[in-house]
Design a protein around this ligand. Sequence first.
Ligand code: SAH
Ligand code: SF4
Ligand code: F3S
Length: 516
Amino acid sequence: MSEEQRVNGGRIKPDLENNVGETEKDYSQYFETVYTEPSLKKARKRGGEEIAYFDDFEIDERFQGMGVGRKFFIKTYGCQMNEHDTEVIAGIFTVLGYEVADTVEDANIILLNTCAIRENAENKVFGELGHLKPLKQRNPDVLIGVCGCMSQEESVVNKILKTYDQVDMIFGTHNIHRLPNIIHEAYMSKEMVIEVWSKEGDIIENLPKVRHGDIKAWVNIMYGCDKFCTYCIVPYTRGKERSRRPEDIILEIRQLAAQGYKEITLLGQNVNAYGKDFEDLDYRFGDLMDDLRKIDIPRVRFTTSHPRDFDDHLIEVLAKGGNLVEHIHLPVQSGSTSMLKIMGRIYSREEFLELVRKIKVAIPDVSLTTDIIVGFPNETDEQFEETITLYEEVGFETAFTYIYSPRDGTPAEKMADNIPMDVKKARLQRLNKLVNEYSAKALKRFEGQIVEVLVEGESKRNEEVLSGYTRQSKLVNFRGPKSITGQLVYVKIKEAKTWSLDGEFIGVVEKKEVMI
Ligand code: SAH
Ligand code: SF4
Ligand code: F3S
C-alpha cells in the first residue's frame, strides 16, 4: 500500500496495483476505511501472474520497536502449513519487539490463524471470536486479528464485517510479510483493517521464524495447489503451485541440521508437484529428496503427496532409505473410480492400487496412511463399499476420515445431494471402525521388535515416562533417562496399546554414516 493511500484523509483505498480484491463493494455503511478484500473468483484464476521472489524482507524503520512492552498470542486452527505460518508470524512479532503471552487475557494482540477446510473448522473460529468479545469490551486497547485461510473467503470476511465488530484486522495467506504495516494501520485506525490478496502468490524468503521446539522442524518446499479437487477450498485460499528454489531449501535444512534439529517435515499441499513450475530447471521432488538424503540430518518426512504425481524416480529415491523414512501419507479420498472422477482426483482405483504395489515392492517396510472423505454428494452404497475394500486391500495403517463439507465457491457445493446426514454418519462410523482395527494391527506388528525412536521428552500422561516416534510415525512410550531427549534411541517394543507402543530402552543409536 502506498504512502498516499495510507494518508488519503484517513481513508485507505484498495490496492489495485498489487492486488487483487473485489473492490467494487462499498462497506462504508459499516466503517469508513475500505481495504482490499478477498475474491474467490480472482483466486481461481491461474497462469496470468508472474511469481515474484523476494528475499529482502526487513522491518521498515517506522515499525522498529513497535512491540516493545507488548505481548502477542496466536491460536492456530489449521494444517501443518498453517502452523508453520504461525511460526513465521511469531518470528515477525519477535523482530518487532513483542513477547509471547501465556494466555489471551495477558495479550495486547490476539491473532486467530484460521482454517477453511471444513465447516466445523470455521465454526470453531466464530465461536472463539464470540468468546473474545467480552475481553475486547473490558479492554478496548487489545487488538484482535483473523488471518489464515478463512480470511481468503469473501463470505467469511462479509460475516465478520457484519457481526464481529470485536475484530480489528483481517489479513490473508499471501501477505503475512505485511504484518507490521497491518498492525500499524490497526493501531492508527478505529476501523477494521482488511488486507487480503486474492492473487496467485509470491515466494518470500528470509522471513523470520520462531519455531515450535528444537527437535523437529517444518520446511515449506512449495506453496499453493493447482489440483482443484471439486470439494476443496485450498486452491482458492493458497494460490497457485509455486516451488521454492532447491538451493534455498537445502540451505535452510543445512542450517537446521547445524542447529541440532533431528527431523524435518517438508511441507506442501501436493509435494510431488514440486519443481513442475520451474522454467529454467529440470528438478523435481525425486531430485530434491535425493539431495536431502545427503544432508546430515537423521530424518526427513514430507506431507502431503498426491497420488497423481508420485513418479517412479521418487519411489526409487525413497527406497534408498537413510534419512528418508518409511512412512508415506497418500490421501486417496475414495476407493471408487467413478467417485474419484467426480471429485476431480485424476486417478482411478486401479491406478492408485498399482502405485501402492510399486511403493510396497520398493519399500517393503513402508507404512501407508491416508485421508478419506465419505458422504460426497450422491455417493452410493456401492461407491462407499469400494472405499472399504480399497482400504482393506491397501492395508492402510491409519487414516484421517471426514464427512464431506460443502465449501463456498467450489464445484461440489453446487451439486445436488440426495444422501441424508444420518447415512453419512453411519458410513463414517463404519469406516472408522475399520481404521481402528487396522491401526491396532499395524501397531501389533512391532511387538518384540527393536525400533528407532526420536525422543521428544516426557509423555503427556506421565512425566516418569519418555515418548517419541518411530520412523513409521508410531508413538512409543518407555522409561529412560531424561538426558536422552532429542536423541535417536533403540527401544524394544513390549506391548502394543490402542494408539501407541510400550517399550524398553535399549541404548542410544550411534551416529550413522550419511548415505551418498
Ligand atoms: N493436499 C492434500 C490435502 C489437504 S486437505 C491432498 O490432496 O492430499 C486435508 C484433507 O481434508 C483432504 O485430504 C481431504 O480428505 C479433506 N478435505 C478437504 N476438503 C474437504 C471437504 N470439503 N470436506 C471434507 N473433507 C475435506
Ligand atoms: Fe485440496 Fe486436492 Fe489440492 Fe489436496 S490436491 S489441497 S485435496 S485441491
Ligand atoms: Fe486449512 Fe488452509 Fe491448511 S484451509 S488445511 S489451513 S491450507
